[in-house]
Design a protein around this ligand. Sequence first.
Ligand code: ADP
Ligand code: MG
Length: 227
Amino acid sequence: MAQINCVKLTKEYNKGENVIRPLDEVDLEVESGKFLALMGPSGSGKTTLLNLIAGIDRPTLGNLIIGGNDITGLSNSKLAQWRSEYIGYVFQLYNLVPVLTAYENVELPLLLQNLSRKERHNEVQLALELVNLSDRYKHYPRQLSGGQEQRVAIARAIVTDPKIIVADEPTGDLDKKSAMAIMQLMQRLNKELGKTMIMVTHDPKTAEFADLTLHLEKGRLVEQMVH
Ligand SMILES: Nc1ncnc2c1ncn2[C@@H]1O[C@H](COP(=O)(O)OP(=O)(O)O)[C@@H](O)[C@H]1O
Ligand SMILES: [Mg+2]
């Protein structure tokens, strides 16, 4: 069975008298351990699809079955709990908390779990080692480069050992060199740690790191390319 199964996944918003459908009956299956890239023009529904899969947003119609569980009907608190165990999210603009150090940013998701301070310390250290930033743990986001900030954000996404990592244009704000370093790191999370990855990107070079690229247009999947 596929790890992620989207069944006629639909998102609608009321805009005055009109209804807009950023996502229109999308059927999609992703096997565990796959690396999927999502491309498509601005406004085609990429972020909407990512946020539904991550349990950040809810579909208007359709179902989302992840790891055999239909998460569509979960209460808000159950969904939040599910998300904290299952999903790591990487954003284009990193979304680090500016008044917290790199260490404290990475520790944040662990505060939702029932761990001792020592256990949290071990997990944070491992995650910072993985992104090669152990020596910067005391730094604040403003003291880091964009590429380093994104590596802290990746450490934060991976620290709870989630099964699925979703990333919304993770290299969109980076220079070429930093972008490649981030992609190599994403590839390691996929190949060495077996994380299922879903990544939105505008850059075909970045998409080449994925096993498969799907194209969205006006809320529908229109095309796919196997790498
Ligand atoms: N909260 C919202 N309310 C109304 N419309 C929205 C909302 N979120 C997204 N949309 C609309 O949904 C469409 C798809 O948005 P999005 O998924 O962000 O596209 P993409 O990530 O592909 O650029 C856009 O037309 C956007 O304006
Ligand atoms: Mg988007």
